[in-house]
Design a protein around this ligand. Structure first.
Ligand code: SF4
Length: 211
């Protein structure tokens, strides 16, 4: 029987750095999602990154590639970062949960939201990433990331694009997840949502410029 209290911490390497964490996370079995996803999708970027962007979990393309934000949502994020003036080379991208949770629909694999147990089990990886990088800015993409780091009461719709109080030394902001923009019902809505997303990222860009 699975130990309800098991977390990723039990799979931590002795020496903590991004490379050792990534290697150790590849063997993580702290929740059942390792059976569902193809592989662990750890964060990607430099240890000296000034900004860390955090999503919910890897998607279909990320699961196959083993890299975060390389699918359609990642491409939209790249474009938005460029428009906002944030150098992608200075950004580390990662997720709250490191395995792709999905259910089959025909031949497709449909995203399924991770539950509280899975998020709690996986969170030590994210905490460790933030501990190593010590970013100047943390940007939370979507409700799962925002509520995991800021509490269940946090509402992205009410408090997006502004600096919020948190336990972290970094300045912290939440905004939408780029995949939500891809789901917009029409091109006009999608364009407007994209511009709003870029506006949020511009607030962060100013903070990064100052460092
Ligand atoms: S989702 Fe996270 S905690 Fe669960 S097995 Fe994967 S890496 Fe480990």
């Amino acid at each position: 029987m699975e130990d309800e209290r098991q977390t990723a911490e039990e799979f931590f390497p002795e020496r903590i750095n991004l490379a050792s964490l990534k290697k150790a996370a590849a063997d993580c079995k702290a929740c059942d999602l390792w059976k569902v996803g193809t592989q662990t999708v750890f964060g990607e970027g430099k240890a000296r990154s000034q900004v860390v962007l955090i999503g919910e979990q890897p998607g279909d393309k990320e699961d196959l590639a083993g890299l975060p934000f390389v699918g359609p949502a990642g491409k939209l994020l790249d474009r938005a970062l460029e428009d906002a003036g944030i150098d992608r080379e200075l950004a580390y991208v990662t997720n709250v949960v490191k395995h792709f949770k999905w259910k089959p629909r025909g031949k497709r694999r449909i995203h399924e939201k991770p539950n509280a147990r899975e998020i709690a089990a996986c969170s030590p990886w994210l905490e460790a990433e933030l501990g190593v990088i010590k970013p100047r800015v943390i940007i939370l993409l979507g409700a799962t990331a925002a509520q995991t780091l800021l509490g269940k009461e946090f509402r992205v719709t009410q408090s997006r694009g502004v600096w919020v109080e948190s336990k972290f030394e970094a300045k912290v902001m939440a905004t939408v997840h780029p995949s939500s923009i891809l789901r917009a019902p029409d091109a006009e809505t999608r364009d407007r949502q994209f511009r709003e997303f870029v506006d949020d990222l511009r607030v962060a860009a100013k903070e990064i410029d100052r460092s």
